[in-house]
Design a protein around this ligand. Structure first.
Ligand SMILES: NC(=O)c1ccc[n+]([C@@H]2O[C@H](COP(=O)([O-])OP(=O)(O)OC[C@H]3O[C@@H](n4cnc5c(N)ncnc54)[C@H](OP(=O)(O)O)[C@@H]3O)[C@@H](O)[C@H]2O)c1
Length: 258
């Protein structure tokens, strides 16, 4: 907060003591065009009061699924633009926040994964599903991740499952839900593993008779999320209403650095 800047974006952070929050603080401090004006942890019950004092342009939420409500509703009501990186966002949340954002005239961006490599994998997978309609997802995260499947796996399955439907394809007829085959999102089975020693890994296993095609992405450090997070902070204000996914703010060319 010691940076003296003109034309800077004032950023507030909810979940600032968490692992992502601490990495985000560092990244914001290192960015010349951003200034951190408020840090909020679980002790803050009245976010509107903190936000009023901070006069933040953008607020970032990096908390836990159970803190999404009423937390995000309160953040939207402050009129600041909101970037949500927290996992566990459901379709009911999206509908409610979309309506609130319309009412309060601010922009809300929900980003299940800030990692540029994951976004690239999702885009390339849209080509793969046209050739390999049969797909299963394996996602492996650290043992402290509370939600499963991961928001990224869910979003990937939804996107690829929908694409397959558009192409007139169907999920494998042989799928038997016996508890050993994972859960399904849009007809795509997802297998969630939680293990010490991991941060985040997603594997897309495509198969056709006689061949297998695997795409995998591994996040080894939370630093990998920062270019996407900074991009979201800088560009959320250019959006209208609620949007999901980093693509909403991705420039025409892929950014090489934040
Ligand atoms: N979108 C992405 O790319 C991405 C990447 C990685 C992780 N995530 C998600 O980001 C979130 C944070 O991850 P993490 O690894 O940093 O988790 P973490 O280390 O467990 O931190 C969570 C933080 O949430 C705070 N919190 C809990 N309830 C709160 C409340 N009611 N109000 C304000 N703060 C509250 C806690 O604050 P106190 O310490 O003050 O109690 C804690 O510091 C998770 O949902 C995770 O799944 C997203």
């Amino acid at each position: 907060m010691t940076k003296e800047k003109k034309d800077v974006l004032r950023v507030a952070l909810r979940g600032s003591r968490g692992r992502m929050g601490r990495t985000a603080i560092q990244a914001i401090h290192e960015a010349d065009d951003l200034v951190l004006v408020a840090e909020m942890g679980s002790e803050v019950l009245d976010v509107e009061k903190v936000m009023r004092r901070a006069q933040a342009d953008v607020v970032v939420d990096l908390t836990v699924p159970k803190a999404l409500e009423p937390g995000i509703r309160d953040l939207i009501r402050t009129g600041a633009d909101v970037v949500i990186g927290t996992s566990g966002v459901e379709s009911g949340h999206i509908e409610e926040w979309e309506e609130l954002a319309r009412e309060y005239g601010n922009s809300v961006l929900v980003v299940p994964n800030f990692c540029l490599g994951v976004l690239l994998m999702q885009q390339l997978a849209e080509i793969a599903i046209e050739v390999f309609p049969d797909l299963e997802i394996v996602e492996i995260h650290h043992e402290n991740k509370v939600d499963s499947p991961s928001g990224t796996a869910s979003a990937t399955a939804e996107r690829l499952g929908r694409r397959r439907e558009e192409m007139g394809g169907k999920p494998l007829a042989s799928f038997i839900d016996d508890g050993f085959r994972g859960g399904q999102v849009c007809g795509v089975p997802i297998h969630s593993l939680r293990l010490p020693g991991m941060l985040a890994r997603q594997e897309l296993h495509f198969g056709r008779p006689g061949e297998q095609f695997v795409m995998s992405h591994e996040t080894k450090d939370r630093e990998a999320f920062m270019p996407g997070l900074l991009l979201a902070i800088r560009r959320v204000g250019s959006l209208k209403g609620l949007h999901s996914g980093l693509e909403a703010v991705l420039p025409a060319a892929w950014p090489r650095e934040a």
